[in-house]
Design a protein around this ligand. Structure first.
Ligand code: MG
Length: 203
């Protein structure tokens, strides 16, 4: 399986990092070795001093597809969950300055903790889902999928032009504002609406 991810999908997060508003989704990938499941701890790597949390809604692909039309996109995913797109901001800033790829800043081991899955059909409107992240009990990030610049079906359709979607693939749909550093000893809790889906420690 593969992990596809969207950067800069919420206007308020683009502003906080002083990035440009994209005309098309900004795409990057993470390898499957980035995944952490079952609330396993995240081990802070030695090569960064500035790992940031980015809480994001994630979807799971349930059907192979390429060149999927936006109006058919919802048939290609069946589950929704929550993920953290851990980002080594120091390595990313260095890469951005030089115009180099972000791969190590986004795809390192453990950079993609994911929750268990909820059925997509349990949600009345996928573009109106509240989600949030607490660090050590304090609310740090709060988002609603209605604020995405590129809605989920558009993202699925867009990605499928370049990457054949396969069952089990995961898409990270972007983070709202409030990203910030994590430290060893922090406890992260992620929520969709009032349901706690992530609960793990940084070690
Ligand atoms: Mg992100």
């Amino acid at each position: 399986m593969k992990i596809l991810a969207i950067g800069r999908n919420y206007g308020d997060h683009i502003k906080e990092l002083d990035n440009e508003r994209p005309e098309e989704p900004v795409i990057f990938t993470k390898p499957d070795t980035a995944i952490l499941k079952n609330n396993e701890p995240f081990y802070y790597p030695s090569y960064s001093n500035d790992i940031h949390h980015e809480v994001e809604l994630i979807i799971r692909i349930c059907k192979e597809g390429k060149f999927v039309k936006e109006e058919h996109a919802s048939k290609y995913y069946d589950k929704i969950g929550l993920g953290i797109d851990f980002t080594a901001r120091d390595l990313q800033s260095k890469a951005k300055e030089k115009g180099l790829p972000w791969d190590i800043a986004k795809g390192f081991n453990g950079s993609a903790p994911i929750s268990g899955w909820l059925e997509k059909n349990e949600f009345e409107n996928l573009q109106n889902i509240n989600f949030s992240l607490k660090v050590n009990g304090a609310l740090k990030q709060e988002g609603n999928s209605s604020l995405m610049l590129f809605p989920i079906d558009y993202v699925v359709s867009y990605l499928s032009k370049f990457f054949t979607l396969k069952t089990g693939d995961i898409i990270f749909t972007g983070t709202p504002k409030g990203v910030g550093p994590v430290l060893i000893g922090d406890k992260l809790e992620g929520f969709i609406e009032n349901q706690k889906l992530l609960d793990f420690e940084v070690k």
